[in-house]
Design a protein around this ligand. Structure first.
Ligand SMILES: NC(=O)c1ccc[n+]([C@@H]2O[C@H](COP(=O)([O-])OP(=O)(O)OC[C@H]3O[C@@H](n4cnc5c(N)ncnc54)[C@H](O)[C@@H]3O)[C@@H](O)[C@H]2O)c1
Length: 260
């Protein structure tokens, strides 16, 4: 018997990367997994490989989330036990990024979680049981150089996960915020010079994130840090923000080609 035998699980953005690794790992532990992705071929191929069900489509917009959850309940023939809100977009830039880019980052990185929780909570509170796994990012605890929309929306995703956890933990709803630094996926490849400087040197495999998530669930830990050193950076940021900002600015100056 696996640790998640017959558990009904949905993973969004699971056609590749961290989501695919989560789907594979849960399936290896005996779970029944719904594989969602905007990329239907990718979702189908992962679902086929793990004996799961593909429910392709948008996991962010209000209609997309409602449809995903409806189809997942049918495919799983029952209620969803664990929902992994994993789909995300790595929107870069600063205030000059377009309104559309900011709105998309907000929609996919934050509102997808809010909308899923809205659809799932009534059933979870009724059953006294449910689990929400949010793939956030170390950018939600710290920041990502060169990517304001990403950093701001990941902070939002973390804040929402904290709120969910403190509001419903005594009613059987478990919440986890997964906050890795660099992970070797297509997303990391898209982060350019900033990613190469701050993420690539310590990047890990998606399978290591999946291992950390399963360990975090087993321990009932809210904050899941596949890169343990992030705890120290997070503490430094909280206790001495100016020193932390100075250190981050040093990295920015190195990217700008100036003195660091
Ligand atoms: N790769 C990293 O370094 C890293 C680090 C920290 C956090 N994360 C987070 O991990 C999550 C997964 O990222 P990844 O690195 O595996 O990226 P990835 O690009 O390999 O995979 C993301 C998948 O999400 C899908 N997707 C995007 N928007 C979607 C939507 N609206 N509905 C359904 N599917 C959608 C994409 O089609 C893609 O298949 C993201 O939330 C990301 O922010 C990644």
């Amino acid at each position: 018997m696996g640790a998640h035998q017959d558990t009904r699980i949905v993973v969004t953005g699971a056609g590749r990367g961290i989501g695919a690794a989560l789907a594979r790992r849960f399936a290896a532990e005996g779970a029944r997994v719904v594989v969602n992705d905007l990329d239907a071929d990718a979702a189908k191929s992962v679902a086929e490989e793990i004996g799961g069900a593909a429910v392709p489509g948008d996991a962010a917009g209000e209609r997309g989330v409602a449809e995903l959850i409806r189809q997942a309940r049918t495919a799983l023939d029952g209620p969803i036990d664990i929902y992994c809100a994993n789909a995300g977009v790595p929107t870069g830039g600063g205030p000059e990024a377009s309104e559309e880019d900011w709105a998309q980052a907000w929609d996919v990185n934050v509102m997808s979680h809010v909308r899923a929780a809205r659809a799932l909570l009534p059933e979870w509170l009724d059953r006294g049981k449910g689990r929400f796994v949010a793939t956030v990012s170390a950018a939600g605890l710290l920041t990502m150089i060169g990517a304001a929309p990403y950093s701001v929306t990941k902070h939002g995703a973390l804040a929402f996960a904290e709120w969910l956890s403190l509001t419903y933990r005594h009613r059987g709803v478990g919440v986890h915020a997964v906050c890795p630094q660099g992970v070797r996926t297509n997303m990391l490849d898209s982060t350019g010079a900033e990613g190469e400087l701050v993420l690539t040197p310590t990047a890990i495999e998606p399978e290591q994130v999946a291992d950390a998530v399963l360990a975090g669930i087993a321990d009932e830990r809210f904050l899941i840090l596949p890169h343990p050193e992030v705890a120290e950076y997070y503490a430094n940021r909280a206790t001495n923000p100016d020193r932390w900002l100075g250190g981050m600015n040093k990295l920015q100056r190195r990217l700008d080609g100036g003195q660091a």
